[in-house]
Design a protein around this ligand. Structure first.
Ligand code: SF4
Ligand code: SF4
Length: 234
């Protein structure tokens, strides 16, 4: 007989994992049950598992709701809906600070806990990460000075994909598989890593004279979502 989901569905997603035969999928507007796959949980339970967990009681035995459906079309429309929803999510916040020519870059302090990201000892700059610091990127060399374990785990695949150096950029200084980031890569990199607007990237641009005018942009990434896990209170 199969079960069906009616229009009261709030897209909470909790029923999907409960369905052993994997009959439930996101449709173009709400979740949908494939009637060819749903077996009413006859082989696993005395009751329909999805019905038990649905917070709005919108899953009903078929026959109570009329649903002429084309499953393959609905699955494609559902994928497109999820893709659009993902694209509309607010992305990381990037704050840009431009130092006047010849003024040294500031030592950045965490906007959450106040700890300096870098300390200088005996004229040597050392990273000094607090729990909220996700990364320090040094534009002059196009590399990370620091990456937190969480940031590493989220970006390992993407760093290679987004930033493997191209032949045009390579003037012989790099091997074929060297990774070289540019400042422009960051919005996409952070979004793909799953960071939303609880992530702050401080982009600091500075310039001065050496053998001629030189400029660089460093980026410090801070994850405000980690405030919750720090004190356990949310
Ligand atoms: S009744 Fe059982 S098999 Fe059918 S959709 Fe719900 S959980 Fe899946
Ligand atoms: S549990 Fe109910 S409201 Fe949530 S997605 Fe499934 S059918 Fe929709």
């Amino acid at each position: 007989m199969a079960h069906v989901i009616n229009s009261n569905c709030i897209n909470c997603d909790v029923c999907v994992e409960e369905c052993g035969p994997r009959a439930i999928f996101p449709g173009p507007e709400i979740y949908v049950i494939d009637p060819a796959v749903c077996n009413d949980c006859r082989d696993s339970s005395d009751f329909p598992e999805c019905v038990e967990v649905c917070p709005v009681d919108c899953i009903l035995p078929a026959g109570k709701v009329s649903t002429p459906i084309n499953i393959e079309v609905l699955k494609e429309q559902g994928k497109e809906r999820l893709r659009l929803e993902e694209a509309r999510k607010p992305g990381p916040v990037i704050a840009k600070i431009e130092q006047p020519f010849g003024v040294s870059p500031p030592i950045v302090h965490c906007p959450i806990c106040g700890q300096a990201a870098i300390i200088v000892e005996d004229h040597v700059a050392l990273t000094n990460p607090c729990p909220h610091l996700a990364f320090i990127f040094v534009g002059e060399v196009g590399e990370f000075e620091y990456r937190s374990p969480d940031f590493m785990a989220r970006t390992t695949d993407q760093v290679g994909e987004a930033t493997t150096i191209t032949d045009e950029d390579d003037e012989g200084d790099y091997d074929d598989d060297d990774i070289f980031l540019t400042v422009d890569n960051f919005p996409e990199l952070l979004r793909k890593a799953g960071y939303d607007n609880s992530f702050l990237a401080l982009e600091i641009t500075y310039s001065g004279m050496a053998c001629g005018p030189i400029g660089s942009t460093d980026i410090y990434g801070y994850d405000y979502a980690l405030i919750e896990s720090d004190d356990g209170q949310g």
